[in-house]
Design a protein around this ligand. Structure first.
Ligand SMILES: [Zn+2]
Length: 217
């Protein structure tokens, strides 16, 4: 029997070709956001305030600017929120050449709100899974009880994430994908772009040429 209440809000943004998904979920009495948006955050702040009592956690998948740029604003609006990031990936917050941003030394400014974890740690009932390839310390987040895995920029429904950006590592992809495939086959993936809520088995069995070669043994 499922013990903790879970609800997920998804917001789709941008033009269809480049559509991005932002995920807010309530689980085990905590309100959580996966990554942040960039640019204008007013819609996101309104959505959180209208639908949830507060914001407890921000789980950062990786440190590219489009995933962290909204942190400054969100930490201002929700001063008690804790931001969770892999201990090594946290250096992206200090380094604009890694984050691909031209400004901010975010980690220094907001250090009090940050909490770092090591892969495998469980944070407020959410499991951290190491999936290096899009960035070398990138993390997927798993709500195991509900078979929900936030795969962000690593695995999409018919493609995998880029490996040509700083610290990206194509060779790590196969073992990381292998790790995801050990999850319950009914697990639904929630990527940063395009369709979401797709079963892992459907992704594995898809006709995508981009994915076929990494799923081949
Ligand atoms: Zn990225």
């Amino acid at each position: 029997m499922k013990s903790n209440f879970f609800s997920l809000t998804t917001v789709e943004l941008g033009i269809p070709e480049l559509r991005s998904n932002v995920y807010i979920f309530e689980y085990a009495n905590k309100v959580n956001l996966i990554d942040t948006w960039y640019w204008d955050l007013s819609w996101l702040i309104t959505s959180i305030k209208n639908n949830y009592p507060t914001l407890d956690n921000i789980f950062i998948t990786h440190g590219h600017f489009d995933h962290i740029d909204g942190l400054m604003k969100l930490l201002e609006v929700f001063p008690k929120v804790t931001c969770h990031i892999n201990k090594e990936e946290a250096r992206f917050l200090d380094d604009s050449s890694l984050s691909l941003s031209r400004h901010f030394r975010l980690f220094e400014n907001y250090r009090k709100n940050f909490s770092t974890f090591r892969w495998g740690d469980i944070v407020d009932w959410v499991k951290t899974i190491s999936t290096p390839w899009h960035t070398i310390w990138g993390t997927c987040y798993l709500v195991e009880e509900y078979n929900v895995c936030f795969t962000w920029d690593t695995l999409f429904s018919d493609n995998h994430g880029r490996t040509d950006l700083p610290t990206g590592d194509y060779d790590s992809m196969r073992s990381s994908i292998g790790k995801l495939l050990t999850l319950d086959p009914q697990t639904l993936i929630y990527p940063w772009h395009w369709p979401y809520g797709i079963k892992l088995t459907e992704v594995r069995d898809s006709d995508s040429e981009m994915l076929k070669h990494i799923f081949e043994v």
